[in-house]
Design a binder for this molecule. Sequence first.
Ligand SMILES: Nc1ncnc2c1ncn2[C@@H]1O[C@H](COP(=O)(O)OP(=O)(O)OP(=O)(O)O)[C@@H](O)[C@H]1O
Ligand SMILES: [Mg+2]
Length: 398
Amino acid sequence: MPLRDGYEPSPFSPGYGRRPLVFGGHETELAELSDVFASLDFGENHSVLISGLRGAGKTSMLAKIQDSALSNGWLVISDDASAGLMDRVMETTIPSLLGGLSPEARARLTGLGIWQFTAHWEYVDRHREVKPLLRRDLVALSTTLAESKQPAGILITIDEVSSGKVRLRELSRFALEVSHAISEGANVMVVFAGIKVDLNALVEQEHTTFLRRSRELDFRRLTPRETRHVLSESIRIGGRSITEDALNLLVTFSQGYPYLVQLAGDYAWRGSGTAATIALADAQSAHGRAITAVERRVISRVYQDLSEKDQEFVKAMAVDEGRSRMADIIQRMGVSDQYVQVYKKRLIESGYVQADGRGHVVFSLPYLGDYIRSTTTEAEGVARADDWDRFPPPAVPR
Ligand SMILES: Nc1ncnc2c1ncn2[C@@H]1O[C@H](COP(=O)(O)OP(=O)(O)OP(=O)(O)O)[C@@H](O)[C@H]1O
Ligand SMILES: [Mg+2]
């Protein structure tokens, strides 16, 4: 559909798994991983764990890593940690990757006796007499890729790691196969992404000890400089400009939180209509709307990712507008000092909370405190509004 004059589409992409036009930060890590794709010299990079809160950019980072692997001729297996992972990878993904290999590579693979090909090197099926094992597939593929003109390896990315029991069992079986392939010398890099507590649960599984040596990338916020770059570059590429004061406002209220950066830019862009320049008033009207949207779409999920106990801790914190005294939290929660220290440690580690001077903590995620305060007052408001809790339904006579 032709766009009306002046209505350029927004260059921003607020939404889960939507790749940003301008990807901010993480240059060093990306460069190091790209070196591995080019050199096959893995160092510590056989396994990588990407952790971070919702909307911190994990899925977008996986996409960048995949791009880099593909451009170096690597095979890419990307999936998420949902039930049936092993079957999907072995029955669907790998056969379709085989189809993309050069005829010479397929000819080399035939000799390994895992897969059957037609005379024209079309994939037929697995050889049924051999027990299918992912490790064998990976080693065979890796051997073949290593012999090609441009030696390459296999990148496996698994997104949405979550700590449900069944899922963890399946994932740990998957990880075991990958670790065997790596110890047999296969050129494989595996990257898992998820929130911190779930990744920790994965690493503690039986067959996943090799993941303890993983490269860890913990995604927090973009720096102010990176945030400014993402906003101004996206706007420039999109075909507009922005005034300095408008840009400053977007940078400060988005606080470097990737999802919010995209929302901020998007609302400001749309608010400016057909103007060639985004002005302060556009950024001001984007402010409230972007915060409401990030609370609804992101912060609420970030909060729900917490265990009940951890939720109690952050609720006890949210009573204070600014930083909270640990002594007050202990008193509000009514549990022992030791327990509270455990929650505190876990929340700091997973990026929710940070220490702020001796004996104090503060939310490291902007707007989480505001969100919790708004839900607690809302919940009270609802109870008062309909009053039905004073009129419980009587037992049904039978
Ligand atoms: N480095 C970045 N620079 C700019 N924008 C980014 C960056 N990373 C992610 N974004 C944007 O942030 C939003 C969320 O990204 P993404 O879906 O990758 O997060 P996530 O960590 O995978 O979230 P979830 O935990 O819910 O899966 C998207 O709108 C994306 O375009
Ligand atoms: Mg994601």
